[in-house]
Design a protein around this ligand. Structure first.
Ligand code: SF4
Ligand code: SF4
Length: 404
């Protein structure tokens, strides 16, 4: 685990401990902190200890100046944006470290900056094949184990808290938000497609997902071990990186379309193209937590008012004020509707039997899923790639000639 991964992980988990503590879940805070310390002691991995000290220092400092933020006693939007920006910064640093490692490999220099394994999260097909290998053959891939871990984590977030991963963690979603805001500076008008076009466009992402699932499910289980041991799998991440840094004309046209889409309408990329969004949209139907409107408290039913503040706040254009339960696969659990609602108790992110999850509760759940599971995987020896650097250095010289 690279230092930037260790720092992000310890910072996120210590922050989770703080949120648990200040929300009165003292035992949860103690157990989480003990797990973090236990992991450092079991692995005796010095970057984890340094990251722990640094993260504790950062939180102590933040507590002095921004104690509400450290306690999680801020508005949902502030909490969500803080988490999004910190994760995006971490991914950016991870990307820089990954690129430096790859360049050194290419130049034949033994890298002094290690490859951050979390980058394997960008290999969803490899992750899905690895999960299939675990489920059907009991084989745990040691080449890109983090790909399987991160895919499982993302699916779990969908099963438990709708598309909160998209709304709270995805760096592409955040980048799309900035692009959309930039476009709005120059063209103020909303450019929403008509409903008859919106629906088929939304189905595009499901088509893409179906194509990817076809590749994974169509692969005979018997051929998986051969694939996992092959050179292509060993450098799947480098192939992916090469694809992005040396795009052809068609790839460039696709990138341009994605950027235009994100600028054209809010969450355009998540809504129409992203296969991860499709996967989470499907799993989110099973999530016990959903946005629910209480007709006993909503101003429409109680005061006969024409309130639609929740709907106007929704970036996914869901008609929240007309629904009892928001089941839409486009809901990213962003809680903007809850924040916009003037009537306390009228809108919640809750289960059918009334268990409510506040923005702070959702942050705790997300951070635990996103960071505690990778920590457990790391301690259990299923995170760091076992492919020797020399092999990657050799294979990167022949990147163009290595196929499936
Ligand atoms: S319904 Fe609420 S939580 Fe869901 S996307 Fe819209 S604003 Fe966000
Ligand atoms: S903003 Fe609140 S009060 Fe207004 S319609 Fe939505 S749920 Fe009801």
């Amino acid at each position: 685990m690279s230092f930037i991964e260790s720092l992000t992980l310890t910072l996120a988990l210590l922050y989770t401990c703080s949120l648990l503590y200040w929300s009165g879940k003292r035992w949860g805070a103690v157990v989480s902190a003990a797990s973090l310390l236990g992991a450092a002691l079991v692995t005796l991995y010095w970057p984890l200890f340094i990251a722990l000290l640094l993260a504790a220092g950062v939180l102590a400092l933040a507590h002095r100046h921004q104690s509400d933020l450290v306690k999680g006693e801020v508005r949902a939007n502030t909490l969500r944006e803080g988490i999004q920006h910190l994760l995006a910064l971490s991914i950016l640093l991870v990307g820089i470290q990954y690129a430096a490692n790859a360049v050194m490999l290419k130049l034949g220099i033994t890298p002094y900056l290690m490859r951050p394994d979390v980058g394997d999260a960008f290999l969803p097909i490899a992750g899905a094949i690895e999960l299939k290998a675990i489920l059907t053959l009991g084989i745990w891939d040691q080449t890109h184990p983090a790909a399987a871990v991160m895919l499982a984590v993302v699916i779990l977030t969908g099963l438990l808290c709708k598309r909160a991963f998209c709304g709270w963690a995805c760096p592409l979603g955040l980048a799309g938000e900035y692009l959309y805001k930039l476009r709005k500076r120059f063209i103020k008008r909303e450019l929403l497609p008509p409903a008859w076009l919106d629906w088929p466009l939304r189905m595009l992402k499901y088509l893409l997902l179906a194509g990817l699932l076809y590749i994974v499910l169509g692969m005979p289980s018997a051929s998986i071990p051969h694939y996992l041991e092959g050179n292509y799998h060993k450098i799947a991440d480098l192939k992916m990186a090469l694809f992005f840094v040396t795009p052809g004309l068609i790839t460039l046209a696709c990138f341009a379309m994605i950027l235009l889409l994100a600028a054209w309408r809010r969450q355009g990329f998540c809504r129409y193209i992203c296969p991860y969004g499709a996967l989470l949209g499907l799993t989110s139907f099973l999530s016990p937590f959903k946005i629910r409107r209480s007709t006993q408290h909503c101003l429409i039913e109680t005061k006969g008012m024409n309130c639609d503040k929740c709907t106007r706040a929704c970036p996914a254009n869901i008609k929240v004020h007309q629904q009892g339960t928001v089941r839409s696969d486009e809901c990213q659990a962003c809680m903007r509707c809850v924040s916009a609602c003037p009537k306390q108790e009228a809108l919640h992110f809750s289960t059918r039997n009334g268990i409510k999850l506040s923005a702070r509760g959702l942050t705790i759940m997300l951070l635990l899923l996103l960071f505690m599971i990778p920590l457990i995987a790391y301690v259990g020896g299923f995170w760091v790639s076992q492919t020797p650097t020399e092999i990657r250095m050799y294979l990167i010289q022949h990147l163009g000639s290595i196929g499936h």
